[in-house]
Ligand binder design. Sequence first.
Ligand code: SMG
Ligand code: MG
Length: 358
Amino acid sequence: MKIDGIELRRVAMPLKAPFRTSFGVATSRDVLLVRVVTPDAEGWGECVALPEPRYNAEYVDGAAEVLRRFLIPALGRDLAVFKGHRMAKAALETAVLDARLRASGESLGHFLGAERARVPSGVSVGIMDSIPELLDAVEGYLAEGYVRIKLKIEPGWDVAPVRAVRERFGEDLPLQVDANAAYSLSDAPHLAGLDDFGLLLIEQPLADDDLVQHARLAGRVRTPICLDESIDSAAHAAAAITLGACSIVNIKPGRVGGYLEARRIHDLCRAHGVAVWCGGMMETGIGRAANVALAALPGFTLPGDTSGSSRYFATDLTAPFELADGHLAVPAGPGIGVDPEPDVLSEVTVSTEWIPLT
Ligand code: SMG
Ligand code: MG
């Protein structure tokens, strides 16, 4: 496919409310968009790197730099010669794939092997200042129809909020927690205190490079362990499954280098009876559309962090994703199936950079 050039566009999206995790507080979403321009079609990719390297080693300025300096000039050759930088690679791969699919009229969902027209929506609820505040937030999300609640946890904010949510909303609420690597193996007895609450899973309790310790922890708690930050690739997923480090995998296409690697992890996990679900990185409608397509593959047997646009943004870049009966519809149009609204896009754009390729 001939590519005329690539635009790197930075947009600043204010969040409706601060989102607190064990590694920091986000108040706005600083997004890097990649737009691939070909004679036949344009394609979009959203880079999910955060402003600071706290979730993982990538950060948005670094992603822009590696794209302009190494990845974009090497397009058409093997990008695997450049180590890491999977979020940057994923954004570029998605934009190229989107342009190709738009040119041929095929949807990303169809291309990936989606088998459903809609996916169930879970929501990730940040760490709050108080339990009453948390209960209000959860109540609001349940009223909107979310089918699964994930609580962000950290030492000092774990058993008490989980107990409070269980007591208020009952045993039947699908509930899980995400520690973003905030604990160590010596916390195993404390984490076992979560076993009484019937959680679907505990996500990434230990450090990203602690596969062996996760396997040890799995022997000391009954709650299933799910890995997020630890799984960079299908090879990591295979290692984690072999070691018994997790029994569930959170698949984030950005974290693993794109939708093709995400599908490989899906296929691998499915073959081993390991459930997967689609994670989120506070994407705009551009990234959300592609995630929803992926989440419609048959091995995604748990609800994902595939929330509606209004979870984070008053105004999304695209037509908003809205819950209907607790689900989001999988876009059916060519490519990712959505386009940025020109007025919104220009309003939130901070900078653009054109990299010609001809
Ligand atoms: O998109 O709803 C979303 C965010 C879901 O909790 C979420 N993501 O570790 O899974 C995770 C976090 C990473 C980003 S937190 C700023
Ligand atoms: Mg996570």
